[in-house]
Design a protein around this ligand. Structure first.
Ligand code: F6P
Length: 341
């Protein structure tokens, strides 16, 4: 881990959650607060994302204030996507709050947009001679942050979607129907792919791969039907197309009458899985350690299963290649035999 900042004492930090919520955000907040308090650093919870800094919407936090949240979905600090913070004037108001509160650092739990905001804030602070270090913790159910192989919330969202689809499968099997299920993922197909493999989907559509209806859906359903399967599961990432439209096309072109389910925001809720609690706890701990050790403007990522503490600008420029090998696994395993999925 390279040292990019001059080490200076950290007395008080803020923690916030921003962007779409993800199960495990509470565990990250808890870890930040407990690690900070344990090192004699005061902690302020900034509510409603960056808007909380703009509007001076905060709470003082101590070790007890984060009791019994590790198992809770959502975020006790609330979250928002702040338009105002994208503007210099909004960030100036946020910096005024930081000054008022005497914040030396901020830990921001969220996605790429959250980190871009954090970096802009830190730079604007430096220009006005204000010392403010920021550290980002990747959290989104989409798992689509370039610098991190894993983001908080992804595992829980996969499990939630799998549980729903397993239930759908019971009724699809009984009625010998086709189910088209839309899962979240506006720009990324990680959720659809992992879920598709895990439920034994007939077909999975992801934004990373151009959809050819005939080859990717029709042929797969026909092949499954020929091999004796009487129910089919098509999983669609929201960024790959509308499940409703795909359902209509299946009806028109294959002559079966599918049932369409859009799982929607249910995927963002629920008690975080062991993986999300544990990852969030480690990330929260390392975020505070980075600040106390003089490493500001960092993202605490997971790379090859290990915590990696990356320079924020570099982290924001990183991309990760989509795991197409998993798509091949899905294709190989969806060639079902009689009665199987
Ligand atoms: O947080 C990511 C995500 O859940 C995407 O998968 C989805 O497209 C989007 O957020 C939905 O956002 P909103 O909650 O604003 O509808």
């Amino acid at each position: 881990m390279e040292e990019t900042q001059t080490k200076r004492a950290i007395h008080r930090i803020g923690v916030l959650t921003s962007g779409g919520d993800a199960p495990g955000m509470n565990a990250a907040v808890r870890a930040v607060v407990r690690t900070a308090v344990g090192r004699g650093i005061e902690c302020v919870g900034i509510r409603r994302g960056w808007n909380g800094l703009i509007n001076s919407d905060f709470i003082h936090m101590d070790a007890g204030s984060v009791s019994h949240i590790i198992d809770k979905g959502g975020t006790m600090l609330y979250t928002a996507r702040s338009e105002e913070f994208m503007e210099e004037a909004g960030r100036a108001r946020a910096l005024a709050t930081c000054k008022l509160l005497g914040l030396d650092g901020i830990v921001a739990v969220g996605g790429d947009g959250t980190f871009r905001g954090a970096l802009a804030l830190s730079r604007q602070a430096a220009q006005s001679g204000q010392a403010l270090q920021v550290v980002g913790i990747p959290a989104t159910i989409d798992n689509d942050i370039g610098c991190s192989h894993y983001t908080i919330g992804f595992d829980t969202a996969c499990n939630t979607a799998i549980e729903c689809i397993d239930k759908l499968r019971d009724t699809m099997q009984s009625h010998e129907r086709c189910s088209v299920v839309e899962v979240m993922g506006r720009h990324a197909g990680y959720l659809a792919l992992y879920v598709g493999i895990s439920v034994g989907a007939t077909a999975v559509l992801i934004p990373e791969r151009e959809v050819d209806f005939e080859q990717d859906i029709a042929e797969k359903i026909r092949r499954a039907r020929l091999s004796g399967t009487t129910h089919y599961m098509v999983v669609v990432a929201e960024g790959a197309g509308s499940a409703v439209e795909i359902g209509k096309r299946i009806h028109q072109e294959i002559g079966i009458d599918p049932r369409v389910t859009v799982l929607g925001h249910i995927q963002r809720g629920g008690s975080p899985s062991a993986r999300d609690r544990e990852t969030a706890s480690r990330m929260g701990y390392h975020a505070v350690m980075a600040l106390t050790e003089g490493r500001g403007n960092r993202v605490i990522a997971i790379r090859d299963g290990q915590i990696a503490d990356l320079e924020m600008e570099e982290a924001l420029s990183m991309t990760k290649s989509f795991e197409m090998d998993r798509y091949e696994v899905l294709e190989a395993l969806s060639r079902s035999g009689p009665g199987q999925m």
